[in-house]
Each structure stands twice: as structure tokens, then as C-alpha cells.
Design a protein around this ligand. Structure first.
Ligand SMILES: Nc1ncnc2c1ncn2[C@@H]1O[C@H](COP(=O)(O)OP(=O)(O)OP(=O)(O)O)[C@@H](O)[C@H]1O
Length: 196
């Protein structure tokens, strides 16, 4: 596992004309996790994207050591391709060998569905496929936006165990979730209502 550290200093986020939140601090060391909570529209996804460098904060600074891997509602797998080929595309970019790719697919219980076009996968199957892609990415900092959406009970337990293993191996996990999720040693960040 790469060395990793994630520090957010006094982060504020503005979308359109609205200031969604401000003065958010986080300091996550290797092996730790954070559960982001808050009502719909408060800015959880926006914060996840800021932490991943996909959205610029309105103010504040971010320091991240270690590659980030994002899992959100879009699986980022070509819908036209069979699952195996869609994952091969990312494995090529991520430098994942076929043995490691096979292990990731087996871990998420998708080994029997490699020939099925991604567009035919169910919501939960797409989420599992996205987890396989995340596993293959070897990113130290996991940014998970509603990772339990669409997963059945077994899938929820699987996701929880993958996060626990990731943190036990020295990774960081930041999880935005409305649903209760069992996380290892973690802090909870409840985004406050903020009237701009
Ligand atoms: N590109 C954009 N331009 C303007 N406003 C946006 C943009 N993207 C999102 N927003 C607004 O920012 C607010 C926060 O959105 P965000 O998706 O971060 O919230 P959330 O807490 O993740 O919500 P939910 O719990 O519903 O997933 C919402 O009011 C949303 O409409």
C-alpha cells in the first residue's frame, strides 16, 4: 500500500450561488476512515469530489498523499462491453495483471458474469463491478459516495469487509452514506446546514 494522508483545512464549497458548507477540517492518517453524513443536497458528493481533486474548493486547502480511487453512482464501465472487457480496459490503464484482476472479480462475486454486457447488469451488480474496478486500482485513498446503494445484505457486508481490509492494510476510506455502514476506526463528519 502506498503511503497516504489526507488533510483538509477550512474547506468551503460553493455551487452556483449557494455556499454549501464552510470551515470543514479533516485529518485522516493511514488506516483511518471517515463517514460523511447529512441531509440530501447538503454537499456530501461535492465534498467527496473536492477530496478527490475533481472539484475546486471555494476556499481552504487540501493536502493528499496517495492516489485516490472514486466509487460513485456511475460505474465508469463501458455499457456496451461485456463486463470482463470493460474491466480489462481499466486493468490495462491501472497496470493490473490478469491474476490480480481475477482476484478482484472473484472477491466481489462477479466471476460468472464476465460475458454479460455492462448495460444488462442490475444496479447491485454494477456496484459490485465498480468495487472490482476500485480493488484493481490499488488506490490508497478510497472515496466512496453512497457505496451501499443497490447492494443486497450480502453486498453490504462485502463492501464493509472490503473497506475494513483496505484500512487494515494502511489505506484511507472516506464514505458518504445515508445508510448505516460499519466502518473500522473512524470519525463521523456530519455536514451542517449552513445558510449562505
Ligand atoms: N454543477 C452544479 N451547479 C450548481 N449546483 C450544483 C451542481 N452540482 C450540485 N449542485 C447542488 O449542490 C448541492 C449539493 O449537492 P451534492 O450532490 O453535493 O449533495 P449531497 O449531500 O451529496 O446530496 P444527496 O444526499 O442527495 O446525494 C445540491 O443542492 C445540488 O443541487
Amino acid at each position: 500500500m502506498q503511503a497516504c494522508h489526507l488533510v483538509a483545512n477550512q474547506i468551503a464549497c460553493r455551487r452556483g450561488e449557494r455556499l454549501l458548507f464552510r470551515a470543514i477540517d479533516l485529518d485522516l492518517a493511514a488506516g483511518s476512515a471517515c463517514h460523511i453524513t447529512g441531509p440530501n443536497g447538503i454537499g456530501k458528493t461535492s465534498l467527496i469530489r473536492i477530496l478527490g481533486g475533481l472539484l475546486r474548493p471555494f476556499s481552504g486547502t487540501l493536502e493528499r498523499t496517495g492516489n485516490a480511487g472514486l466509487l460513485d453512482e456511475k460505474p465508469a464501465l463501458d455499457p456496451q462491453l461485456p463486463l470482463g472487457k470493460a474491466l480489462d480496459f481499466w486493468a490495462g490503464l491501472d497496470g493490473v495483471d490478469s491474476a490480480a484482476k481475477g482476484t478482484s472479480i472473484t472477491r466481489v462475486g462477479m466471476a460468472d458474469l464476465l460475458d454479460v454486457p455492462v448495460r444488462f447488469l442490475s444496479t447491485g451488480q454494477k456496484k459490485r463491478a465498480a468495487l472490482a474496478r476500485l480493488l484493481g486500482q490499488n488506490a490508497a485513498v478510497w472515496l466512496l459516495d453512497e457505496p451501499l446503494n443497490g447492494l443486497d445484505r450480502e453486498g453490504v457486508a462485502l463492501c464493509e469487509s472490503l473497506v475494513a481490509a483496505h484500512c487494515a492494510a494502511g489505506g484511507i476510506a472516506v464514505v458518504a452514506s445515508h445508510q448505516p455502514i460499519a466502518l473500522p476506526d473512524h470519525v463521523t463528519l456530519n455536514l451542517p446546514e449552513f445558510a449562505a
